[in-house]
Design a protein around this ligand. Structure first.
Ligand SMILES: Nc1ncnc2c1ncn2[C@@H]1O[C@H](COP(=O)(O)OP(=O)(O)OP(=O)(O)O)[C@@H](O)[C@H]1O
Ligand SMILES: [Mg+2]
Length: 250
């Protein structure tokens, strides 16, 4: 019994690592994207510095130097954003759902722009959750990445993802992520949360994204996640308790 539990835990840990590694590849692409522009800005600043130095324009030289420093600061901020997410050893905290949505969209900016996806967010102010911020971020990344994959696979023209966060009742927050990528076949709707269930080629998906998301929502955040087809796409509905503090639960 004890042994089996330990084995299961080890299996879950490995699954979790695998899923994190898979999303890391995606993230590295996003960092690269977010660096491309500041890098070319830096190139221009360097060119200007050389020019202003040659013609002894001290004031312009100093200004450009400050501009370049600002760009470098922005680039290092990008790294911090991503590192905070991946080295998430932070304790549980009370956080605003809208902050997590913003952070997630910032990290995925590259992908969303490349794939011409418009994300529309309606989040009630002051909707907060007690837990690990990075876990909810991970779930949102998985859902948004899945919608992106569906848009690409089906070659959709108009690509919208609607994210909504609102109080559902006095104790629960509802977060929905909905796309217009055509939805999920009814026959597989039941299976998509199973580990390794995927309709993608091995190089494009491991089938762990939704399994991980469900584990996070159910086991760590004590909530639920459901999926249904709505209108022209899939809708994932997450329900989590509001500010469920540890001491209250135990
Ligand atoms: N928004 C969506 N639209 C259409 N199909 C979806 C959507 N989200 C999930 N699916 C289906 O559910 C399957 C399982 O998703 P899941 O995120 O668990 O794995 P994956 O995306 O295939 O691989 P991974 O996330 O591990 O890279 C997908 O392969 C896809 O068929
Ligand atoms: Mg996925």
């Amino acid at each position: 019994m004890q042994e089996e539990l330990a084995k299961n835990r080890e299996k879950e840990r490995l699954l979790y690592q695998q899923a994190r590694l898979a999303s890391m590849g995606e993230m590295i692409g996003n960092i690269a994207h977010q660096w491309r522009q500041p890098l070319s800005e830096l190139g221009i600043h360097l060119y200007k510095l050389k020019k202003f130095y040659k013609i002894r324009q001290k004031e312009s030289f100093d200004e450009t130097y400050e501009d370049a420093k600002r760009v470098i600061k922005k680039m290092s901020q990008t790294i911090d954003d991503f590192r905070n997410f991946f080295n998430a050893q932070k304790p549980k905290e009370t956080f605003l759902v809208s902050d997590v949505i913003d952070d997630t969209l910032t990290m995925l900016k590259g992908t969303l722009k490349n794939e011409q996806i418009t994300v529309r967010v309606t989040a009630e102010e002051k909707v907060s959750i007690y837990g690990y911020k990075s876990e909810l971020t991970q779930v949102l990344i998985n859902l948004i990445t899945n919608a992106k994959d569906a848009f690409v696979e089906k070659g959709c023209k108009d690509r919208y993802i609607d994210i909504n966060a609102a109080k559902f009742d006095g104790q629960t927050i509802s977060i929905t992520v909905r796309d217009n990528a055509g939805g999920i076949d009814e026959e597989i709707l039941e299976k998509i949360f199973e580990p390794y269930f995927t309709t993608k080629q091995p190089s494009l998906g491991t089938g762990l994204g939704l399994y991980m998301s469900k584990m996070i929502i159910e086991n760590s955040m004590h909530g639920s996640i459901e999926v249904f087809n709505a209108g022209s796409g899939a809708c994932f509905d997450i329900k989590v308790p509001i500010e469920l503090k540890e001491e209250k639960r135990e």
